[in-house]
Design a protein around this ligand. Structure first.
Ligand code: FE2
Length: 280
């Protein structure tokens, strides 16, 4: 398996969203790296791709997919994979990631990242799919733990063991979303630190941070709020255990001014550097 052509240091980056693209191109703000949603660039030309070509000249780029439906039982979509492969060739991303979820069945696509039943059968299936994608792309894939609001009655494996097993069996890396761990810990009543303890540190290649909505009966992973204090605390413990990792601030709804994202990234950077100073 070929490593990425370039690496990204363990610094805080920001998810690049359409309302900020013009500002980023004009001002070239101090941001360690950007992550984009791969599917937004599955085009042969046009202004969005031109902007990405421009921005990638000055910043490391990570490609984050939301539509591969890794855990689904339909055959892998090789048209989708081909588009991702072309985008990888064009942008030379430092990281390529997808979600440990399913998003469709019987040829119908659901616009959501749905959790898998955490069973041995689903584990074997998704591991085969991750291996197939890594073989097709000829590079390492990062898979991300997703948030959920219901659990399958047939599940036999704790989520954290399932996620760790995917990395161990396939050699893929993990994109550990610390906010999703907190959301699920509250929604399903488990201990987030038990989850962290089960994750093999060497497998973690990136961390996500985002905000949730706590106004209803369960926590909803909206990506529309600042990172919560409990999630900052969990992130600190994650960095302590795993070591410094590239960390991304995700914000997808009610998108604030770019400066707000920079402030969130600066908080993550301070935690990374504090930990690095202790380690050194
Ligand atoms: Fe995430």
């Amino acid at each position: 398996m070929k490593p990425p052509r370039a690496s990204v240091r363990a610094a805080a980056g920001v998810g690049l969203r359409a309302p900020h693209v013009a500002q980023v191109r004009a001002e070239r703000p101090r941001v360690a790296w950007f992550e984009v949603h791969s599917e937004n660039y599955y085009v042969d030309g046009g202004p969005a791709l031109a902007a990405l070509d421009d921005i990638r000249r000055d910043y490391p780029i990570s490609l984050h997919g939301v539509g591969m439906s890794l855990g689904a039982t339909d055959p892998l979509d090789y048209v989708h994979l081909g588009k991702l492969a072309r985008l990888i060739t064009r942008t030379e991303p430092v990281l390529v990631s997808e979600h440990l979820c399913w998003s469709g069945v019987g040829g119908r696509h659901l616009n959501d990242l749905l959790p898998l039943p955490y069973t041995e059968e689903a584990l074997a299936h998704v591991c085969a799919r991750v291996a197939e994608v890594q073989d097709a792309l000829g590079r390492e894939l990062l898979v991300e733990n997703v948030s959920s609001y219901l659990a399958f009655a047939d599940a036999t494996i704790p989520e954290w063991e399932f996620v760790a097993a995917v990395a161990r069996r396939t050699g893929c890396k993990l994109l550990l979303d610390v906010n999703n761990i907190h959301v699920n810990a509250v929604n399903h009543g488990f201990d987030a630190d038990v989850y962290l303890a089960a994750i093999p540190p060497a497998a973690v290649a990136e961390i996500h941070l985002a905000g949730f909505d706590a106004s209803g009966a369960c926590l909803i992973d909206t990506h529309g709020a600042p990172v919560a204090p409990e999630v900052w605390a969990l992130y600190g413990r994650a960095i302590e255990r795993i070591g410094p990792r590239p960390t991304l601030i995700e914000w997808d709804t009610d998108i604030p001014p770019f400066a707000t994202l920079q402030r969130e990234a600066a908080t993550a950077q301070a935690i990374l550097e504090a930990r690095h100073a202790v380690a050194a």
